[in-house]
Ligand binder design. Structure first.
Ligand code: UDX
Length: 444
């Protein structure tokens, strides 16, 4: 099939490459000409495992091209809309880019060579958006709209797109054309046995925002339990392990620490609150405000511990933050707890060094109050406090005996619950691990 993918951010770029991988003829569109040039050269605009190889292969096969001109989508049968829906000033999702694409498509598709085309929304939107767009498209009888939310995780984006847990189609009443076209697009994925759920627009939109809000709630729940553990001497790693073995709860997304960040969960929680209020059910989503609040609170915890440790004064104290990305296997620093913590320490006067195996290039030149150090050992040398903020494998693998030789003072804050406390203590470290009490009612 001939497919267009409009908006080549994280979601769109991965979707375009994966659609070419499935055997389609794909054109990727974005207004950012620099990004287009980069993709045309086969260069990934972000760090994502498997993405560069699949991009190069598709370019070589000649089944993927890029353009900044929306009229290049005229010959396509299916158009995927993947533009961003960032957080607006009132917390709600900003749909400006989505409406700009809708207007553009209406112009371009008015004289499409195709008798009928399918426009598929993939962006995360507040419930009600698809119906509004479909009413606007109704002027052109050759356009049908479907909503097909995307659930990919950064770091596993290619894997998740080609092997999702489920495919959700949101369609207008019983639109067989939409269903048949989406089935044809995803044929190899469906043949592999992936569940396919066909709903109305509203359910499809709500699946996505509810899934993200639920995941965020799980994390904040375990982080609230972590606070309880710190107050009582219990260990959140133990509590999470045991409750997670109940299949109804499940083990995943119960890692306590400095909380969730990234381009999705924080903004989606806030957009869900705004959308619930708009629909008159804000009361029932009050708890999501707490999910957000707990998340912010956990980011502040390492700074609070650092202040307590240094008698309330961090002026000139050399502190090294291990990790800048919002999670490992990603160079994304959007709403990253690691960066927040580093900036907060710097505001308290600390001499903050930050290191990361992938994300430093992304932040270079952005924060003059932080010193970026590529080399891990150099970053830790002379530090009086280490804070683990992103659980990259290289940090998990650190040998405390070696680290002890580098630092000026043996103090560590584990913000992700991954260090072996006994091993670090044996090497002479005082280790403060978020949510892990020492059974004497103090932080371990
Ligand atoms: C998320 C959703 O998982 C995905 O389905 C959706 O499409 C987009 O948003 P992503 O933002 O890539 O994906 O990251 P995810 O792996 O969900 O992690 C989000 C944040 O939560 C990270 O900062 C991570 O460190 C944190 N997290 C995750 C925890 O603090 N504890 C956990 O147990 C899991």
């Amino acid at each position: 099939m001939k497919i267009s993918v409009i908006g080549l951010g994280y979601l769109g770029a991965v979707h375009a490459v994966c659609m070419a991988e499935l055997g389609h003829d794909v054109v990727g569109i974005d207004v950012d000409t620099e990004r287009i040039a980069k993709l045309e050269r086969g260069e990934a605009p972000f760090f994502e495992p498997d993405f560069p190889e699949k991009l190069s292969a598709a370019l070589e096969r000649g089944t993927l091209r890029f353009s900044a001109d929306l009229s290049d989508v005229r010959e396509c049968d299916v158009h995927f809309v993947c533009v961003g829906t960032p957080q607006g000033s009132d917390g709600s999702a900003d749909l400006g880019a989505l409406h700009a694409v809708r207007e553009g498509l209406q112009k371009v598709l008015a004289d499409s060579t195709r008798e009928k085309v399918l426009v598929v929304g993939k962006s995360t939107v507040p419930v009600g958006t698809a119906r509004g767009l479909s009413e606007a498209f109704a002027e052109l009888p050759n356009i049908e709209l479907a909503w097909n939310p995307e659930f990919l995780r950064e770091g596993y984006a290619v894997k998740d797109t080609l092997g999702p847990d489920r495919l959700v189609y949101g369609v207008h009443e019983d639109q067989q054309f939409s269903i048949a076209h989406l089935d044809a697009v995803y044929a190899p994925i469906l043949e592999a046995g992936t569940p396919r759920l066909v709903y109305g627009y509203e359910s499809a939109e709500l699946v996505k925002v509810s899934a993200n809000a639920f995941l965020a709630t799980k994390i904040s729940f375990v982080n609230a339990v972590a606070e309880m553990c710190e107050a009582t001497g219990a260990d959140v790693v133990e509590v999470a392990e045991a409750i997670g073995l109940d299949e109804r709860i499940g083990r995943r997304f119960l890692k306590a620490g400095i909380g969730f960040g990234g381009g999705c969960l924080p903004k989606d929680v806030r957009a869900f609150i705004a959308s619930a209020e708009e629909h008159g059910v804000g009361d029932s989503f009050e708890f999501l405000r707490n999910v957000d609040r707990i998340n912010q609170k956990r980011r502040a915890r390492p700074v609070q511990l650092a202040l307590e440790h240094f008698g309330g004064n961090l002026a000139g104290v050399p502190i090294t933050v291990l990790g800048a990305a919002f999670k490992p296997y990603s160079d994304d620093v959007r709403d990253s707890p690691a960066i927040d913590i580093a900036l907060s320490l710097a505001r308290h006067g600390a001499d903050v060094r930050i290191t990361d195996p992938q994300a430093l290039d992304v932040v270079r030149g952005r924060y003059e109050e932080l010193t970026l150090v590529d080399d891990l050992e150099e970053a830790m040398s002379g530090a009086r406090l280490l804070i683990l903020a992103t659980e990259w494998q290289i940090y998990r693998d650190l040998d405390p005996e070696r680290v002890a030789e580098l630092v000026a003072e043996r103090v560590v804050i584990d913000g992700r619950g991954v260090f072996d406390l006994a091993r670090w203590r044996k090497a002479g470290f005082e280790i403060m691990a978020l949510g892990r009490g020492d059974r004497a009612g103090r932080l371990a």
